[in-house]
Design a protein around this ligand. Structure first.
Ligand SMILES: [Zn+2]
Length: 275
């Protein structure tokens, strides 16, 4: 599933071909993905210019001339591809094409259809039901350990689950939550409220470092995630615990990486490095 670095990679990849470009046509080949497309989705966007692209957690936002905002979520398997010349016929899972005045087609393909596209306006964006409860973005300049500490106060859930909760912190998924906890030396089953301030500071640094490094590497190419230019991200080569069960930890060189289930998701950790 794409996490924050993958969505940010997609946003950066699409910026040069969408920002400032007029949408000559928008082709929608189904009525719905995870949720139905709004009525007149294509009609509302056709002929309008994309002003800029932003991101909230794992939602990609296309800000459109006139005040509309397209909210896009890639779901489990969604990806955007930039097509320039010799545009191939759409395949079975190619659900949306954005055709621009720059003679580019941005094609959204989503085999499992857990993604979504919907519309709101600049005015209603902050109160939109998909957006309103999203917690602070760990890559924002003003994010710091005080903000994270405040979000963990009184939380009696395991820290891993708290990090996956998008109201605590935006955009962290299973992989980067495991990797951040490893880097900060915190066991994933510790209760969130038991993490002391020094540990929260380490965790904040762990989260920011792991996300920035992943971003630098163009995200991780697990499952279907591909950057919009068709190249693969390669951060998965830097995983220290995720998917490494039974391997010897590359930091302490002593323990085997353990894998457990936490609320239905796999968690990986080193029983020596993390306490
Ligand atoms: Zn270790």
């Amino acid at each position: 599933m794409p996490e924050l670095p993958e969505v940010e990679t997609v946003r950066r990849g699409l910026q040069p071909v969408l920002e400032g470009q007029k949408l000559i046509s928008v082709v929608v080949r189904r009525n719905n993905l995870r949720i139905p497309f709004p009525k007149d989705f294509a009609k509302k966007l056709t002929g309008k210019t994309v002003i800029y692209l932003t991101r909230r957690a794992k939602y990609l936002l296309m800000h459109i001339e006139g005040g509309d905002v397209v909210i896009v979520h890639l779901g489990m398997s969604g990806h955007m591809t930039i097509l320039e010349k010799n545009i191939p016929k759409p395949g079975k899972h190619d659900h949306v094409d954005f055709c621009t005045s720059g003679n580019v087609v941005v094609r959204f393909c989503d085999p499992r259809r857990f993604g979504l596209m919907t519309l709101t306006t600049e005015k209603k964006l902050d109160t939109h039901k998909l957006i309103k409860d999203i917690g602070p973005d760990p890559l924002a300049n003003n994010f710091n350990y005080i903000i994270l500490a405040a979000a963990l106060v009184g939380r009696k859930t395991p820290i891993k689950a708290a990090l996956l909760d998008q109201r605590t912190i935006a955009g962290l998924g299973n992989i980067y939550a495991s990797e951040s906890l490893f880097r900060s030396g915190i066991l994933p089953m510790r209760l969130a409220h038991s993490i002391n301030i020094v540990e929260v500071e380490k965790l904040t640094k762990g989260i920011r470092d792991v996300l920035s490094e992943a971003l630098e590497a163009g995200g991780s190419s697990f499952s279907d995630h591909v950057k919009p230019d068709g190249k693969l991200g390669y951060f998965q080569n830097n995983f220290k615990v995720y998917g490494k069960e039974a391997e010897i930890c590359s930091v302490c060189l002593k323990a085997q990486i353990k894998k457990i289930r936490q609320s239905g998701r796999s968690t990986f950790y080193c029983p020596v490095c993390q306490t």
